[in-house]
Design a protein around this ligand. Structure first.
Ligand SMILES: [Zn+2]
Length: 246
């Protein structure tokens, strides 16, 4: 299958080089995330460059960035293609890793009690609460971004950069969002985050560990339920190109 990139509009005329590279990156990333560049589709550098009316350089740079995020694969002599979506086993393995890393991280964070980071975590939780105040207008993209920041702040508060980077390199939020972006988050996410923050503020390591473990297990169940729903007729198309995406 070859990428039909007719929806790519010309970026010609956008001047500074870095700005152009970021624009190409944002555009291709968005198409992969929302499925208008479907999983498995080959992405030809020359074709994309021609359609965007740019040189192949920013397209090549973009594909290298997307490869580091696991959104495209490079195949010898064949070029790039969009990666497949996570399968059920991929999700289980990802959450197995999260269950190894995150309770440990929150335990360290509770013990270290870095006041500045605790303040940032509390502020992030307040932001999450704002996002879910009106249930009718919950934005899955904004909630996903909140969740990514929240968990990263806890890894920062744990004070082990190697663990933090190991987690970051899974790009788990990005891949879960791509899999089932409208189905992954709801206000339960924020309630669970609140329990973690309460325990952190109380310096209660044991409760923080349990709250984190419970949150990760619940989050996995929410993502896995996506696969069950795939047996049912789809309610709303997450691959609908008209659907908003961050
Ligand atoms: Zn979370």
């Amino acid at each position: 299958m070859r990428l039909e990139a007719s929806y790519l509009t010309s970026l010609h005329g956008m001047a500074p080089r870095q700005e152009l590279a970021d624009e190409v990156y944002g555009l291709l990333r968005s198409h992969i995330m929302r499925g208008s560049i479907p999983p498995g589709v080959r992405i030809n550098i020359e074709d994309v460059a021609r359609q965007l009316n740019v040189s192949p350089t920013p397209v090549r740079e973009t594909l290298a960035r997307l490869e580091s995020e696991g959104l495209v694969d490079r195949e010898p002599r064949r070029g790039y293609r969009a990666t497949e979506l996570l399968g059920r086993d991929d999700v289980r393995e990802l959450y197995e890793l999260r269950l190894l890393l995150e309770p440990h991280a929150v335990e360290r964070a509770a013990a270290r009690a870095d006041a500045a980071l605790l303040k940032l975590i509390t502020t992030e939780l307040e932001h999450g609460n704002e996002l879910t105040r009106d249930k009718a207008s919950i934005s899955p993209a904004e909630l996903s971004a909140h969740d990514e920041r929240f968990h990263d702040l806890i890894f920062q508060a744990a004070g082990n950069e190697v663990i933090r980077q190991s987690y970051a390199r899974t790009h788990c939020h990005l891949h879960i969002f791509r899999l089932a972006y409208s189905d992954t988050y709801d206000d339960h996410t924020i309630i669970e985050h609140g329990l973690i923050v309460d325990a952190l503020r109380a310096g209660d390591s044991a409760t923080a560990v349990e709250a984190m473990r419970s949150h990760v297990v619940s989050s996995e169940a929410r993502v896995l339920s996506y696969f069950e729903r795939q047996q049912q007729p789809r309610q709303s198309g997450w691959r609908n190109p008209g659907t908003a995406l961050a």
